[in-house]
Design a protein around this ligand. Structure first.
Ligand code: AQP
Length: 332
């Protein structure tokens, strides 16, 4: 069976972008057709200015939402990154095959470093090396596929480069993975700034739909989405990014195609109303299941404990082999 790995970073409340771009597909498709691992990548949340209590809270919430979105621990492995030491162990070794230049070329690093500086903070070294840790997350499990939104494509490409380089220099240690992206909603955009991605740690709250937003809050955010001065509802990402974003969201929620849906609306108002209702309906079962799981925190803890144990067992042989291959003396 194909081995699949993907993760979610507890840097903020999870968004509609996280759900449509990644989580929904993990639950509906990946866990059924593959040997899949899904991880709350909490170490990655320490790469920017953070509040320890908030990261802990968001990690628990992200794990609960993964289960609420339909991940079934009988079918896949759900765990927290920092519970499995192999990620950090492998990351160091991969830093010894990565170069400073390739890290600095990463788009997400450049954007996030600039944001930290705008906010008056300093840039943590871990923000620069974050893609190497992500490569370790993937390579430790011999994952063949990495289902992610578009924004992570460059990081998976780097993971491939590091795997190939390591294998060529030190002998075959890693499976070379590939990214897979959803057909629609691979990049859900911010409703207030439709040329920017809807990101959970961005500052523009009204442009971000959170998975746990109340239905009326979702409706308000979608109805206030920025469109443009035109009137015709057509799908054109370049010329009409706001309308295109709504059409993509509606298509992802209802199963249609954004192009065909474009032709079906005579006004922006009607498009917004239908999109708002479609989003409310898609999120309803997730919110309901989340509330049930919150009433039983022991269950989530048990899933994470067992998940980490399983994950450790899978990662350790690969990481040990990589240590031996690169020249480290086995502990005996
Ligand atoms: N807007 C989005 N559209 C489609 N997919 C998205 N993903 C994130 N935002 C969108 C996908 O969700 C998965 C988990 O993402 P992540 O937690 O690793 O962080 P990220 O990609 O950096 O996403 P965020 O929400 O924007 O976090 P911050 O603001 O902290 O950087 C990934 O598969 C991602 O592609």
């Amino acid at each position: 069976m194909t081995r699949v790995f993907s993760g979610i970073k507890p840097t903020g409340h999870l968004t509609l972008g996280n759900y449509l771009g990644a989580m929904r597909r993990w639950a509906a498709v990946d866990q059924h057709r593959s040997d899949a691992l899904f991880c709350v990548v909490d170490l990655h949340a320490l790469t920017v200015d953070h509040d320890p209590a908030r990261v802990r809270r968001l990690s628990r919430q992200a794990a609960t939402l993964l289960l609420a979105s339909g991940l079934d621990p009988e079918l896949c492995t759900v765990f927290v990154q920092s519970h499995v030491d192999e990620h950090a162990r492998l990351s160091y070794v991969l830093e010894c095959v990565a170069t400073d230049g390739e890290m600095r070329r990463m788009i997400q690093y450049r954007e996030k470093a600039a944001r930290e500086q705008r906010r008056g903070g300093s840039v943590r070294l871990s923000l620069l090396t974050y893609p190497v840790l992500m490569a370790a997350d993937i390579l430790a499990y011999g994952a063949e596929e990495v289902p992610v939104g578009d924004d992570q494509a460059q990081h998976v490409e780097l993971t491939r480069d590091l795997a190939v380089r390591f294998n060529q220099r030190y002998g075959q240690a890693f499976v070379v993975p590939r990214a897979t992206h959803p057909k629609v909603a691979a990049r859900v955009m911010n409703l207030q700034e439709p040329t920017s991605k809807m990101g959970k740690s961005d500052d523009t709250g009204p442009g971000i739909v959170y998975l746990l937003d109340e239905p009326d809050v979702v409706r308000k955010k979608v109805m206030r989405a920025v469109t443009d001065s035109g009137r015709e509802v057509v799908y054109d990402r370049e010329a009409r990014p706001g309308v295109a974003n709504l059409l993509e969201i509606l298509a992802a929620c209802t199963g249609g195609s954004p192009e065909a849906l474009g032709g079906a609306y005579a006004s922006y108002g009607a498009l917004k109303r239908d999109t708002a209702e479609a989003v409310v309906e898609v999120l309803r079962p997730v919110r309901e299941r989340h509330a049930e799981l919150c009433a039983d925190p022991g269950h989530v803890e048990k899933v994470l404990r067992e998940g980490a144990e399983r994950a450790r067992g899978m990662a350790r042989p690969t990481v040990d082999a990589a240590y031996r291959a690169i020249g480290l003396l086995p502990a005996g």
